[in-house]
Design a protein around this ligand. Sequence first.
Ligand code: PMT
Length: 402
Amino acid sequence: MEQRRILLAVTGGIAAYKAPELVRTLRRAGNAVRCAMTPNAVQFVAPLTLQAVSGQAVRTQLFDPVEEGGIDHIALADWADLVVVAPATANILAKLAHGLADDLVSTVALATRAPMLVAPAMNLNMWLHPATQNNMTTLRQRGVRIIGPESGELACGWDGEGRMAEPQAIADAAAWVAGTRALAGDVVLVTASGTREPVDAVRYLGNRSSGKMGFAVAAEAARRGASVVLVSGPATLRTPAGVRRIDVETALEMREAVLAELPEATIVVKAAAVADFRVARPEAGKIRKEELPPDSGPTLDLVRNPDILAEICRTPGNRVVIGFAAETGDLVASARRKLERKGCDLMVANDVSREGSGFDSDTNAVVFVWPGGDVEELPCLSKTEVAAQILDRVAKIRGGNG
Ligand code: PMT
């Protein structure tokens, strides 16, 4: 693992006794580790112990002048490449889910832009309580990674789910969440979701893209250390941590935003479902059926939208350009035609008529269609994993093997 700056936040549960071992495991993997503790955590493990194993002063108070004089809490939040909360009590999980900031750990957690990994540890009934489970759902949806808890004998005498994951497992998960930094220095421009083309003041032509695929690519690129710009059509998804998002509605707006960001971009991934046509003259008001001849609808005059991907590929510059092809018939042949017509470095073809693939699903079954004829068929994977596979191919493209 490459060296990362990990802030270990220790909260007040019996599993805090494993924190020194976790610090040592993280450091053995080459990371720089700093520790922050809640006042309750100090009841279970001495700050001096964590100071000895981390080699850094340990912070326990929000407003202590001496501690703030060393590294203030905002600087600590900015310092971290990754925040690991272990053990994470039901209390801190509730605070994280609701954005409370009433002690050092919760304040730093709110202030940081670093990804977060939590290792819950608590009594079985506290873990299974709907309040805790709702908080976990909130955190998961926000992109917080969770490891454990594991099942077994609990300190409180109960047997069941609630044990903190072992330090080695937490360190492995931290390595995964922290990412590879393989794209540090890259600027990745991603498009996501579908465009909406107005018909009148209330209606539009659109498609079923949710943005999940493009958002997954943006999140994965950020995890790999890239500076990421996400140009998105309307989507209800949260912006991934560390990603700058530009919201657009129509294909023309998407083109304008993409072309403005293009000069800086070293990698472009066009996962958006861009409308090929727009209504030539959308009505300013609402089209009323009462104003049309009986039993007839309006006739829409459609014009072609610009092909943004083709335009990117024609724009001179040393960048990797990856397109998507949403297909329903002969996947590979159609994707190959698009690849040749548009001129990108790789076409990611997905069969949008297949169950669990394409629009709005959490998984996708894709085929990589390469210039020169090679085809790689991937199994149906989560969109996060598809995103990782796509970004893994950047090195291959740069190596000239595409
Ligand atoms: O958002 P999700 O619900 O997760 O669904 C994901 C997805 C199915 C939308 C995604 O995986 C996908 O296939 N995106 C591309 C959809 C699409 O517009 O495909 P296309 O075959 O029509 O276009 C080919 C490529 O040209 C795409 O990269 C597209 O962004 C681009 N294009 C198309 C038309 C246009 N006017 N300008 C473009 O840049």
